[in-house]
Ligand binder design. Structure first.
Ligand code: NAD
Ligand code: WQD
Length: 344
């Protein structure tokens, strides 16, 4: 896919994180100037050092918390940003149930601080990391953007509420250009194996858990439920390669300048894979079977979730290109070469 946009100066909040670091790499490769804002609460600046090594280009890095409204405003005073990609946020569902105030404070207040500075300094082009989690445990698939939202946990509600805030903002002031990107299940890593997902503690998500079993850090994968109404009884999800996901953001950045308003796009492949299919595909990539055992269902999990990605294709000309085998191969290369993530 060819992107038409000229060189822009882009602020990437949360740019040291998993998806953000891949995004920064793609932006630099596309010729943009990048400033990363991150408080390193769930990441390491090593990711950006490796992005620089891969691209030969330097992303400016500002260690800053979005809750520091004065610091955020100073950053806008001293930089002429054209647009913002906003990844910064806390994202662990279980933790959000245990610590709702921390999640609402960090994700919502952090976003409000960012928006206030953007508005004050006339930077009104924003790409926001939303999530398929806003659809809740909908039994209807594929999930379509116009479906009602029904997030079922505090993390998901921060995403839904930020979508509402941004929708109200776009309605109040037509000079905003806003993309709400609803990611399905991002996995994989850059093909170099130099950057990837590096979760702290026990991974919540399937792919990083499977990868840590394959590399010998954990004994076996617990498969949460084998009695779902799916072909093999295990949960079905729409996995999307992180590089395809980053390409979707570039396409949105290309679209927004000539389109004021608020746009919602699912970023998914449109295809579902079961937990057992993922474990099998990862074992194929790693060249050895990944041990697993069945366990009870995880509360709150939907049986099946996959996107209707046709709006992103129609509006942005974007679709995914990497299949489950490639996702697992790239994820495995990252895990094998960095068994302990960025902490060598
Ligand atoms: P991540 O934790 O790797 O990245 C988020 C980054 O934001 C981290 O580097 C963290 O240090 C930073 N951050 C958090 N709070 C901050 C604050 N107050 N100030 C400054 N920096 C802060 O997560 P990710 O997987 O890269 O996710 C990026 C975004 O995409 C998040 O908003 C997440 O909710 C959303 N998302 C992720 C997934 C997924 O499965 N990974 C799915 C849907 C949506
Ligand atoms: C996938 C499948 C599990 C772990 C979560 C968030 C969502 C979004 C993406 C941010 C399910 C099963 C998992 C394990 C398992 N994140 N599983 N054993 O739940 O679809 O979505 O991440 O926005 O908000 O909720 O992803 O990777 O946790 O689970 O059997 O150890 O794997 O039951 O069927 P999920 P996941």
């Amino acid at each position: 896919m060819a992107y038409m946009l000229g060189c822009m100066k882009v602020l990437v909040t949360g740019g040291a994180g998993y998806i953000g670091s891949h995004m920064v790499l793609c932006l630099l490769e596309a010729g943009h100037d990048v400033v990363v804002l991150d408080n390193l609460a769930n990441s390491s600046a090593e990711s950006l050092r490796r992005v620089e090594e891969l691209t030969g280009k330097h992303p400016d890095f500002v260690e800053l918390d979005l809750l520091d409204a004065t610091g955020v405003d100073r950053l806008f005073e001293t930089n002429g940003f054209d647009s913002v990609i906003h990844f910064a946020g806390l994202k662990a569902v279980g933790e959000s149930v245990a610590q709702p105030l921390r999640y609402y404070q960090n994700n919502i207040v952090g976003t409000l601080n960012l928006l206030a500075s953007m508005d004050k300094h006339g930077v009104r082009t924003l790409v926001f990391s939303s999530s398929a989690t806003v659809y809740g445990a909908s039994e209807e698939v594929p999930l379509i953007e116009k479906m009602p939202l029904d997030a079922t946990n505090p993390y998901g509600r921060t995403k839904e509420q930020i979508e509402d805030i941004l929708t109200d903002l776009g309605a109040a002031d037509s000079s905003w250009h806003i993309a709400l990107l609803r990611y399905f299940n991002p996995v994989g890593a850059h093909e170099s194996g130099r950057i990837g997902e590096d979760p702290t503690g026990v991974p919540n998500n399937l792919l990083p858990f499977v990868a840590q079993v394959a590399v010998g850090r954990r004994e076996k994968v617990m498969v949460f439920g084998n009695d779902y109404p799916t072909p093999d009884g295990t949960g079905v999800r729409d996995y999307i390669h992180v590089m395809d996901l980053a390409a979707g953001h570039l396409a949105a950045l290309d679209y927004l300048p000539s389109h004021p308003g608020v746009f919602r796009w699912n970023l998914g492949s449109g295809e579902g894979s079961s937990v057992l299919e993922v474990i099998q595909a990862f074992g194929d990539a790693a060249g050895k079977p990944v041990p697993f055992a069945f366990a009870p269902r995880r509360p709150g999990d939907a049986a099946v979730s996959y996107a209707d990605p046709s709006s992103a294709l129609a509006d942005l000309g974007w679709s995914t290109h990497r299949n489950l085998a490639q996702m697992c191969e790239d994820h495995w290369r990252w895990q094998r070469e960095n068994p302990n993530g960025y902490n060598a």
